[in-house]
Each structure stands twice: as structure tokens, then as C-alpha cells.
Design a protein around this ligand. Structure first.
Ligand code: CA
Length: 232
């Protein structure tokens, strides 16, 4: 199974620069979205769930640094990688960019090749787990092979159950509401009912029953679901 293209949101008010970046990133195989200010960026973040955001420092509404600070504080964007674009070369600005939570920064003017190299490095660093195996209790999730093993035996899962298990295993010990799971596993621009989550949780538990791993998918009454290998 080939991995879907990684999504990159470009937040830059200078149209020529934004389009130039989008052109090079699309050509490199990334799916791109463009925003000219933070307000527009917020809509695109919610609807498209990008993997990485390129955030220009100077934006017309709020500064790119402030946006970065905000996003890094919000739980739903904890997995979003951020690279700041700055026209300022002073060291103190780079430092405050990184202190604001950016994963890297790049100083204008930059070459497309330099930008691509930074993007690849940041995504690789953040996705180390994507090339590895996550294990918890008797379960092993092999992300490169898209396989789930329980005590060494392969468990067959549908694509939604796989994504759901993947999300829960990589965010274990935390409770997620049905609405949050819909956003994170299905995507915010997909309109399905919350009980759809229950249907897939039920299927997932059924698939895990023989390995006695169904107990890891725990219902937290009135709140949602949690993955935990500890008993309730
Ligand atoms: Ca700007």
C-alpha cells in the first residue's frame, strides 16, 4: 500500500512566494494548501489536517510566531510540524521562533532545494515512528507493512479499524471523545455520525478478542474511548 502524499499548508501573504513554494512542493509530490493570513490558515488546518505548516513570520493579521505559539498549545495540533519562514536573519529571532515551538526555521531568500531538504528532515524526524513498530501489551503495529500482530499472529483489520487502532495506540492512556476521534481518524471534513465510531470500535474489539486484546480499547463512560493495556 503506498502512503498518501503528505499535506503541507503554506501560510504566506506574499502571493508570488506562496505560489513559488506551492509549485515546487507539488512537483516534489506533496499535497499543498495555501493561506494568505492566519484566519484562512485556521480554516485550512481544520478541514485538511496538514502534516506540516510553513509559517511566514510577518503576516497581516497575527504574526506567524504567535500563530505557532497558539498551535503548539492546542492538543489537536500536537502532531503538526511547523517550519517558520523568516526574512530576518538575526539570531535572536531564530531563537524566539524555535522557542515559540517551531520545529525548524528557514531564512529568506532560500532555494527550493534547501526548502525541500528542511521539510524532508523535519517530517522524517517527526515520523520516525512511522517507519517502525509500535507495540503495546500483546499488540504490535507494523506501520511499514500495515500489519497488526497479536502475540506474533497477524490480525486482519479493515482500513478504518487499522487507522483507529493506529491512532489509539500512538495516543494511549488518553481519553478521546467520539467527536475527537472522528476529527483525528476520519478527518474534520468528513460528515459521519458519532455512532459510526461505536460501530468501528465494536469491529475492532471483535478482531482483537481472540488475542484478549479487546480489553485495551476501553470505554470511558460519558467521555469516550481510551487505549490502555492496564486494567480498568
Ligand atoms: Ca509576509
Amino acid at each position: 500500500m503506498s502512503m498518501p502524499a503528505e499535506k503541507i499548508l503554506i501560510i504566506e501573504d506574499e502571493q508570488a512566494i506562496r505560489e513559488m513554494i506551492a509549485f515546487h512542493l507539488s512537483r516534489a509530490g506533496y499535497e499543498t494548501f495555501e493561506a494568505a493570513d492566519c484566519r484562512e490558515a485556521r480554516h485550512l488546518l481544520t478541514d485538511n489536517r496538514p502534516d506540516l505548516a510553513l509559517v511566514d513570520w510577518m503576516l497581516p493579521d497575527i504574526s506567524g510566531l504567535e500563530l505557532t505559539r497558539q498551535l503548539k498549545r492546542e492538543k489537536e495540533y500536537e502532531d503538526l510540524a511547523i517550519i517558520m519562514l523568516t526574512a530576518r536573519a538575526e539570531e535572536r529571532d531564530k531563537v524566539s521562533g524555535l522557542e515559540g515551538g517551531a520545529d525548524d526555521y528557514i531564512t529568506k531568500p532560500f532555494s527550493p532545494r534547501e526548502l525541500l531538504a528542511r521539510i524532508q528532515a523535519v517530517l522524517r524526524r517527526l515520523n520516525v515512528s512511522a517507519t517502525e513498530v509500535v507495540s503495546s501489551g500483546v499488540l504490535e503495529l507494523d506501520m511499514t507493512g500495515h500489519r497488526v500482530l497479536a502475540g506474533g499472529n497477524e490480525i486482519k483489520l479493515g482500513p478504518t479499524e487499522y487507522r483507529l487502532l493506529h491512532f489509539l495506540m500512538t495516543h494511549s492512556e488518553r481519553v478521546y471523545s467520539r467527536a475527537q476521534l472522528l476529527d483525528r481518524v476520519w478527518g474534520a471534513n468528513v460528515y459521519v455520525e458519532e455512532r459510526t465510531v461505536d460501530v468501528h470500535v465494536r469491529r475492532l474489539r471483535k478482531a482483537l478478542t481472540d488475542a484478549s486484546a479487546d480489553r485495551y480499547i476501553q470505554t470511558v463512560r460519558g467521555a469516550g474511548y481510551r487505549f490502555s493495556t492496564r486494567d480498568v
